[in-house]
Write a protein that binds this ligand. Structure first.
Ligand code: KIV
Ligand code: ZN
Length: 506
């Protein structure tokens, strides 16, 4: 029996603090999700911003094998907008939601239970006039009154909903309790056997995956989750962990998913690169330590028989044995082929840009790894800066001079040059960029990682900035860490601009 995987990386995942993505970035992730073979891609919340609308529309037009869902509140305007964006999909879904807990009714919606019931029914009825496939979510289901929850769900089924999704919106449920809730709904909601029963678990108590798994054991047949578990606050249940738990423990889960697990690692890396959210080394399934054995006893065991300490293989999730691929003498053809193997199909124009950057990098760095190629594509092709672009950077630093940066940038087509001092070379660079862009954001975090091993490796800088309560994460890579820092900072400023266009959140 199949368990469907509904991926919401591009919608709930994008609600992670700092993880705003542009249309090209979302489209690239959607194509990777299609390759991974998820059943549904929730592409966005079209009413929330022009950018989200565009992203859903272009994903709907591009993705051909997978269902594409658009989120909407139950009001007519949201649903109409969701449909306008998603109607181009081969398999479109409207996902509509309204909160059902008394806490949300009283403090957020200021509505009575009767009004919410009415709106839910009206919303689903309207969505059904536009789209055959309609999913309904009672937001904050796990803190809702069970009788009211059953009443709402029975009514929306009556008017034709095709999927009922039970969100643990605030990650409050404990597995035994959540399993019991799913069982109770199956017993008490009229017509529930006619629809797909789905769950959507947040990770505030670190139980998102556990709750999703117990839900499957109690009759859920669709799981909503995200790559790397990114999402609102502490995130959502992690796709790769759920899929590998089902695959690894077939004794307890007599089910299958359609996921091509050997694409999990690449998908995780891509999402991390694009969102700027690093994957922690000890992250289950896709973390860099997930398959390394450190202690002597463990290494000895593994050498004797892998089964001693390995419950799944690195190959099964697509972790490559070695990623050394190209060098200075590699030509355009080899570069293009490697890009194809990594899943990137670039236009001739983009290929030219990426290849030029590859050549520049190969002049500075002997071995070019897959990680370097990915970072070239993300920086040069997907991360197209709109407002701010670095043209030139010169930094003077040392222990007997005041660190000074001269920066030239293109701001909306105009070239501006400035110089400035700072406590160190990065500080001088950031202060000068701030002067040029006239931005007021505060730097919250700054981290440098080497993309690959060796002293000639590219440094990857991640910064987190904040402005008027909004946070964004930016990334930049270069063999020179000061240039990487400038790129990361400018990337964050561009994301902040993009985020300002957002009109409403959940
Ligand atoms: O967490 C939640 O309740 C949601 C719904 C919109 C499904 O994301
Ligand atoms: Zn959610």
């Amino acid at each position: 029996m199949q368990v469907k995987i509904f991926d919401t990386t591009l919608r709930d995942g994008e609600q992670s603090p700092g993880a705003a993505m542009n249309v090209a970035e979302k489209l690239r992730i959607a194509q990777q999700l299609e390759k991974l073979n998820v059943d549904v891609i929730e592409a966005g919340f079209p009413c929330s911003s022009e950018g989200d609308f565009e992203a859903v529309r272009s994903i709907a037009k591009t993705v051909r094998r997978t269902h594409v869902a658009a989120l909407a509140r139950t009001n007519r305007k949201d649903i109409k907008r969701a449909w306008e964006a998603v109607k181009f999909a081969k398999f479109p879904t409207i996902h509509t939601f309204i909160a059902t807990s008394d806490i949300h009714l009283k403090y957020k919606l200021h509505k009575t239970r009767g009004e919410v019931l009415n709106e839910a029914v009206k919303g689903v009825r309207y969505a059904k006039t536009l789209c055959e496939d309609v999913e309904f979510s009672p937001e904050d289901a796990t803190r809702s009154d069970i009788d009211f929850l059953c009443q709402v769900l029975s009514k929306v089924i009556e008017v034709g909903v095709t999927t009922i999704n039970i969100p643990d919106t605030v990650g409050y449920a404990i597995p035994s309790e959540f399993g019991h809730l799913i069982q109770t709904l199956r017993e008490r909601v009229r017509g529930i056997e006619k629809v797909t029963l789905s769950v959507h678990c947040h990770d505030d108590l670190g139980l998102g995956v556990a709750n999703s798994l117990i839900a499957i054991q109690n009759g859920a047949r669709q799981i909503e989750c995200t790559i790397n578990g990114i999402g609102e606050r502490a995130g959502n249940a992690s796709l790769e962990e759920i899929v590998m738990a089902i695959n690894t423990r077939r004794d307890l889960f007599p089910f299958h998913t359609r996921i091509n697990t050997e694409h999990l690692y690449m998908t995780s890396r891509l999402v991390s690169k694009i969102t700027g959210m690093p994957v922690q080394p000890n992250k289950a399934v896709v973390g860099s330590n997930a398959f390394s054995h450190e202690s002597g006893i463990h290494q000895d065991g593994i050498l004797k028989e892998k089964l001693t300490y390995e419950i799944m293989t690195p190959e099964s999730v697509g972790i490559p044995k070695t990623s050394l691929v190209l060098g200075k003498l590699s030509g355009r053809h080899a570069f293009k082929e490697r890009l194809k193997e990594l899943g990137y199909r670039l236009t001739e124009e983009d290929l030219k840009i990426a290849f030029n950057r590859f050549k520049l990098l190969a002049d500075k760095k002997r071995d070019i790894f897959d990680e370097d190629i990915e970072s070239i594509v993300v920086e040069e092709i997907l991360r197209m800066p709109k407002h701010y672009k670095l043209v030139y950077l010169n930094v003077i630093s040392g222990n007997v001079t005041v660190p000074t940066a001269t920066v030239r940038m293109e701001v909306d087509g105009r070239f501006i040059q400035e110089a400035g001092f700072g406590d160190g070379p990065v500080d001088a660079t950031f202060k000068t960029i701030k002067k040029i862009t006239r931005t007021k954001s505060k730097l919250l975090q700054f981290a440098i990682n080497a993309i690959t091993s060796g002293t000639e490796a590219q440094g990857e800088v991640t910064v987190k900035i904040e402005e008027k309560g909004q946070t964004v994460i930016g990334q930049g890579a270069d063999t020179d860490v000061i240039v990487a820092s400038a790129k990361a900072y400018i990337n964050a400023l561009n994301k902040m601009e993009f985020k300002k266009q957002k009109l409403v959140g959940l």
